[in-house]
Design a protein around this ligand. Structure first.
Ligand code: ADP
Ligand code: MG
Length: 252
């Protein structure tokens, strides 16, 4: 399987606004691909469409060859396509480790009450998942924070926790919405090496990112959106000197 994600003629309107307009692109399996574009270009909406949180008006989305555009967000996640949100959604009262142990199957947090009520079975599940959780914390560099309350983490650490929660499900494709936004430069470097490690472990990454250093250093290919459409795609250096891309950023 060469293309893990294929998007064809994908559109979504909000009232009078065409947020995503006949989008076409694909993402190569095992790649790190960037998705860039000015504010309001439709990048987050595209993530919402791909992850099943918003329904397309028309078009096709294929994940690992399978049509997913009519599936629920939960079903899409179960197939191995996970996403992070621009604002991390950690469970504030729980420890870092508990955040990982209680949400291996879904990323919505809505099953927690029923999971907690299952007592013994949960403890067995935790036993199995504990090892995975320790490995995931090691991978993102949060091992030392395992017993800390999630609410007390820094902004950047919350992003790492959000990433860790996604990794618990062993995704094939991970959509990251501005992972470095609001993260300090030291932690950005750490996050970049974590993302590289995650990618090397076999996870394809599609990253919405404004930080050009991150794009240049991480991404083998970049897709550029403007006003709901894909206006360019290519290597980071080709994108940087693309006239149409420069005009889009200058508001032309
Ligand atoms: P980006 O992530 O590239 O900055 P978005 O996808 O968030 O852009 O937004 C694209 C456009 O769609 C914006 O004009 C935004 O206001 C609009 N939009 C996004 N989601 C909704 C929604 N749920 N309802 C109405 N308008 C929306
Ligand atoms: Mg956005």
């Amino acid at each position: 399987m060469k293309e893990i994600l294929e998007i064809k003629c994908l559109s979504r309107r909000f009232g009078g606004l065409q947020a995503v307009n006949k989008c076409e692109f694909s993402v190569r399996a095992h790649s790190i691909t960037g998705l860039v574009g000015p504010n309001g270009a439709g990048k987050s909406t595209l993530f919402n469409l791909v992850s099943g949180f918003v329904r397309p008006d028309s078009g096709e989305i294929r994940f690992a060859g399978e049509r997913i555009d009519t599936l629920s967000a939960h079903s899409v996640a179960r197939l191995g396509l996970r996403r992070t949100f621009q604002i991390p959604r950690e469970l504030k009262q729980m420890t870092v480790l508990e955040n990982l142990l209680l949400v291996p199957e879904n990323q919505f947090g809505d099953r927690i009450v029923s999971v907690l009520s299952q007592g013994k079975r949960v403890r067995e599940e935790e036993g199995k998942n504990l090892q995975i959780a320790r490995g995931v914390l090691e991978m993102v560099g949060l091992s030392e924070k395992a017993t800390h309350q999630a609410a007390l983490l820094s902004g950047g650490q919350k992003k790492l926790l959000e990433l860790a929660r996604c990794l618990m499900a062993k995704p094939k494709l991970l959509l990251l919405d501005e992972p470095t936004a609001g993260v300090n430069p030291t932690l950005i470097r750490h996050l970049m090496s974590v993302l590289r490690r995650v990618n090397e472990s076999g996870v394809t990454l599609l990253i919405i990112e404004h930080n050009m250093t991150v794009i240049m250093e991480l991404c083998e290919r970049v897709i550029v959106m403007d006003r709901g459409q894909v206006i360019a795609a290519g290597s980071p250096s080709a994108i940087q000197s693309n006239k149409q891309v420069l005009e889009a950023y200058l508001g032309g």
